[in-house]
Design a binder for this molecule. Structure first.
Ligand code: FAD
Length: 346
């Protein structure tokens, strides 16, 4: 007899665990498959000094508040410990490390092939995150640059950049926090597409989440302003200290590379030892190509449910799967709705 799951969740980060948390209530036969060897998702691939941009009550997953730490804004390691404890607390059925290579429909079921075995399921949830596949913009002569070039996903500490000329490219939270650190031991220059937006100091992630809640509850009218985006820079301690050191002068992008640096639009050349791309990520959907649902790197959804393949749900990918759904606080609402829809569909 073939073992058929009610649902399989691909991805065991905060989004996958959140769906698992709500599925427990519906007593469904489900499994989470994750390719990391331990809990943490993309948080495992972030820099050591990373601070969350929201206090614990806005950095907790459904059902269990993150224990308060020494600081108002949790550290990366505090959050990793919380995710591990959350997984153990609810004893989720997780297969790891195991990578889903392809998915396809077969006789009305999903056939899910991993690097270890094949599974079958009536429904499928993809929660593979949007912080796995680094996005690096292309510039002329990029291949000729002989300096060090890394993406923020590979950055851990500033030590390797001491005393060097370093370009930090990207105007979001990653760029601001990494620049705050590297600028203390290297000569740095900040490159952003447009003038970066810093949230007012008294405003942090919780404000963004109130926005998320208002949007989710359809209370846009009462939202103070829905111009605020999760790309805006939260002034956490390290960013505040760097701003007091007058670090945040941003330059519009250079024109091209040469062997030992970059050419600016005004024709000036500048020697650069290293570049850190804080330029975000591409959605991580390759494992779904066999389902013929991806159109222009996106999947059309009604909330989190695929329109083209109604037995497929997408959770945690950001605004197209629910405002702030790619954040700790925002993912729970969409996970709850997803679990209820799956239960109703079976
Ligand atoms: P992920 O954490 O990426 O988890 C997806 C899991 O699926 C990973 O374990 C991945 O390895 C696995 N996977 C992927 N493909 C496959 C496959 N084919 N088969 C099996 N497993 C697979 N949010 C906040 O709320 N507050 C913050 O302060 C904050 N700071 C952030 C700072 C950084 C640097 C980054 C990158 C993000 C930050 N976020 C923050 C956003 C968000 O909370 C994280 O990106 C979070 O990791 C998203 O969780 P997720 O479960 O959606 O995806």
């Amino acid at each position: 007899m073939m073992d058929v799951y009610d649902t399989i969740i691909i991805g065991g980060g905060q989004a996958g665990l959140s769906v698992g948390y709500f599925l427990r209530r519906h007593r469904l036969y489900y499994l989470i498959i994750d390719d990391q060897d331990r809990a943490g998702g993309a948080w495992l691939k972030t820099w050591d000094s990373l601070r969350l941009f929201s206090p614990v009550q806005y950095s907790s997953l459904s059902g269990w508040m993150m224990p308060r730490g020494a600081n108002e804004y949790p550290t990366k390691n505090e959050f990793l410990a919380y995710l591990e404890a959350y997984e153990n607390r609810y004893n989720f059925p997780i297969q790891r490390p195991e990578k889903v290579l392809r998915t396809q429909k077969e006789n009305g079921l999903f056939r899910i092939e991993t690097n270890k075995q094949t599974y079958y399921s009536k429904t499928l949830v993809s929660a593979t995150g949007s912080a796995q596949h680094p996005f690096i913009p292309e510039y002329p002569n990029q291949a000729s640059f002989e300096g060090k070039a890394i993406h923020s996903i590979a950055y851990r500490t500033p030590d390797a950049f001491a005393g060097q000329n370093v370009l930090i490219v990207g105007g979001g939270n990653s760029g601001a926090q990494i620049l705050a650190e590297v600028s203390q031991i290297a000569h740095t220059k900040w490159v952003t597409l447009s003038e970066p937006i810093f949230l007012p100091e008294e405003v942090d992630g919780r404000y963004l989440f109130h926005e998320a809640t208002n949007k989710y509850l359809g209370k846009e009218a009462h939202a103070k302003t829905n111009k605020v985006s999760l790309q805006n820079i939260v002034v956490v301690e390290s960013v505040k200290a760097a701003r007091d050191r007058n670090v945040y002068h941003s330059n519009r992008p250079f024109h091209s590379f040469y062997e030992s640096g970059v050419n600016w639009p005004n024709g000036e050349q500048e020697e650069v030892d290293a570049i850190i791309w804080c330029t975000g990520f591409k959605s991580n959907l390759q494992h779904l190509t066999g389902l013929d649902v991806i159109e222009n790197k996106r999947i059309r959804t009604n909330h989190t449910r695929s329109i083209k393949e109604p037995h497929l749900w997408l959770v945690g990918y950001g605004n197209w799967t629910g405002f702030a759904s790619a954040t700790i606080y925002g993912v729970g609402k969409t996970a709850r709705r997803t679990a209820a829809e799956i239960a109703r569909s079976l």
